[in-house]
Design a protein around this ligand. Structure first.
Ligand code: PLP
Length: 453
């Protein structure tokens, strides 16, 4: 078998150096500079004894792509370094990452608390699918109120869940505050960092324990493939709570196997990720194609450059929108007028991403006019793409909700969501100007005098 040479060994480089070099493996047989696509279901054993050793996990070698694949391993190592975790797991999509991350912690009868403003797909996953598995989610009303968090903790609460930059409202949470509370309560804090990426924030450095991403968005960046990742911070003490988390604290193979170590004893700070990889994802099977892992690897290498431009363009667009008389509000925390601006300055000095909403005074008709008039923006539900995208949440991603549920989320008929891409900012502004001109041609704006009849 070909051995491989690790080309990267330091962990004290800057972000852009790390995104290019961390995790890379140079193939010793051909010297391929980029970790290739290992498109194979399984891996050959040299002999009878070798097969037995592999299955016993003795040489750490590969068996089957559902558990590990060299293309995945290289990307996982890169993401582990970029997030400052101890280990990572790639899966088929962001939804798969959220599912396996939480099923690694929770079982039937458990309860978990979540911040109220989440990706709608996560909310329905928790409310409907997890509910059917006997796992109960409870959303706090005010994520800034520690007394409310404390009041809602029950004897069977097992995790805290949140998102770094929720969309479309960008109502930021204070990660330090929630992580401190979770630590005090002995609960792991799982955070979806899709909209921020490790370039804008590393939640583990703020006390979060497990980071999940839809890598289909900014991390891959080019809108071509889906992927998800779970990163283990290695900073939660599972051994301190054997009753809450028996899966990490009983003998491997079950309690009737005395003498065998527990997962924590065998894998230390990587116990959670090991369990989530082998027992949860390895059996439920949401495997990423090595082709998509390769595309993710390519995307990660330019992450900082893209996110920097995304943030620059988003601020330019948000600033322009705020000046338009047809716009009631712009939900971008980079703006000084935004209620989340203080948290933006504290947590996101490099910018607050590029996925946000703005509300048109003219409601649904105005939203339809603008969305139909843009030419550079694509009408799409995706986000974090190099291309700029536009969507009307009330009639698409949030159409299944009742009016009062939508207004509780601040999603009215006039709300338009943008995912600002990396095109030239002036071209994006020109496209929006053209769309707003279409709006003005249709309806007299608030500032225009109505012509006398
Ligand atoms: C898109 C998204 C997801 C789901 O990811 P998929 O890759 O589409 O499955 C989860 N969380 C957030 C914040 C997202 O934007």
């Amino acid at each position: 078998m070909t051995t491989t040479q690790q080309a990267y060994g330091e962990d004290n480089f800057g972000f852009s150096t790390e995104q290019v070099h961390a995790g890379e493996v140079i193939d010793a047989e051909f010297g391929a500079r980029i970790t290739p696509i290992y498109l194979t279901a399984g891996f050959v054993f040299d002999s009878f004894d070798h097969a037995e050793a592999r299955f016993a996990g003795q040489d750490g070698g590969l068996v089957y792509t559902r558990y590990a694949n060299p293309t995945h391993t290289a990307v996982e190592a890169k993401l582990t370094a970029m997030e400052r975790g101890v280990d990572s797991l790639l899966v088929a999509s962001g939804q798969a990452a959220i599912t396996v991350a939480l099923l690694g912690i929770l079982r039937s009868g458990d309860h978990f608390l979540s911040t109220p403003s989440l990706y709608e797909g996560s909310k329905t996953l928790f409310r409907e699918n997890f509910e059917r598995l006997g796992i109960e989610v409870e959303f706090v009303d005010d994520p800034h109120d520690l007394t409310e968090w404390k009041r809602r903790v029950r004897p069977n609460t097992r995790a805290i869940y949140g998102e770094t930059i929720p969309n479309p409202k960008n109502d930021l949470i204070d990660i330090d505050l929630i992580a401190g509370f979770a630590r005090e309560e002995g609960l792991p804090f799982v955070i979806d960092s899709t909209a921020s990426t490790p370039y804008l924030i590393r939640p583990i450095e703020h006390g979060a324990n497990i980071v999940v991403h839809s890598a289909s968005k900014f991390l891959s960046g080019h809108g071509a493939s889906l992927a998800g990742v779970v990163v283990d911070g290695g900073n939660f003490d599972w051994a301190a709570y054997p009753e809450k988390f028996p899966q990490f604290n009983t003998a491997i193979g079950g309690p009737d196997r005395p003498g065998t170590p527990t997962l924590v004893q065998k894998f230390g700070r990587k116990a959670y990720l090991e369990y989530t990889r082998s027992v949860i994802a390895g059996r439920l099977g949401p495997v990423l194609s090595p082709i998509n892992a390769f595309l993710l690897q390519q995307g990660l290498e330019t992450l900082s450059l893209r996110v920097e431009r995304h943030c620059h363009n988003a601020l330019a667009v948000a600033t322009w929108l705020e000046q338009q008389p047809e716009v009631v509000s712009v939900d971008y925390p980079g703006l000084a007028s935004n209620p989340s601006h203080a948290i933006a300055l504290k947590h996101y000095p490099r910018g607050t991403g590029s996925v946000f909403g703005f509300t048109l005074a003219g409601g649904k008709d105005a939203a339809r006019t603008v969305i139909d008039a843009v030419e550079l923006f694509s009408r799409m539900s995706h986000m974090g793409d190099v291309r700029s995208l536009i969507l009307h949440p009330a009639s698409t991603s949030h159409a299944h909700l009742k009016d009062d549920q939508r207004s509780a989320l601040g999603i009215g008929q006039g709300l338009v969501r943008l995912s600002v891409g990396i095109e030239d900012d002036l071209d994006l502004l020109a496209d929006l100007e053209h769309a707003f001109a279409a709006l003005r041609a249709l309806q007299p704006s608030a500032t225009q005098e109505l012509a006398p009849v």
